[in-house]
Write a protein that binds this ligand. Structure first.
Ligand code: SME
Length: 155
């Protein structure tokens, strides 16, 4: 997808977070924007860190069995522990992967950080192999940064 289109997605998220005072509703709307604007994003969700578990908040896509993920488990746990975005081109080749849907082929997990503190993460699955590239990482990290500001203000 073209850089300008991805910048429009980020601008759309920023407007939404500015105009929506309710945190849950704001997160729901961000998930909806990503799902709607990005055709390869089959499942989009936000996890928030509670103690040493990632707890699933708003999501769009098939219901996931992984509503609470300990930090020691999954690609989600690895991204939160490592405080870095993880892109997995082939989830079936990654032993850390916790399956959500049999159709999922690739995944990106982007931590939502406040300084060096992890607040949560954006998790996106795709039914396409190797669906996530550097521009998805850049866009989702910008969205994560906006979400961090919102979470800092409301927590
Ligand atoms: N695949 C993730 C689990 C979350 S579901 O994809 C929604 C993981 O390996 O941590």
């Amino acid at each position: 997808m073209k850089t300008e289109m991805l910048q429009t997605v980020v601008a759309n998220v920023e407007d939404t977070l500015t105009s929506e005072p309710d945190l849950s509703r704001a997160m729901e709307r961000v998930v909806a924007i990503l799902k709607r604007e990005m055709p390869s994003y089959t499942w989009v969700g936000i996890y928030l860190l509670e103690g040493d578990e990632l707890v699933l908040g708003p999501f769009l896509g098939k219901p996931s069995p992984h509503t609470r993920i300990p930090l020691a488990r999954g690609i989600c746990g690895a991204a939160a522990t490592g405080k870095q975005t993880i892109i997995v081109d082939d989830v079936n080749a990654d032993p850390r992967y916790l399956a959500c849907s049999l159709e999922t082929r690739s995944e990106i997990v982007v931590p939502i950080m406040s300084g060096s503190r992890v607040l949560g993460e954006i998790d996106v699955d795709s039914d396409r192999p190797a669906a996530f590239h550097a521009e998805d990482k850049t866009m989702l990290e910008a969205v994560a940064s906006l979400l961090a500001t919102k979470l800092e203000r409301t927590q």
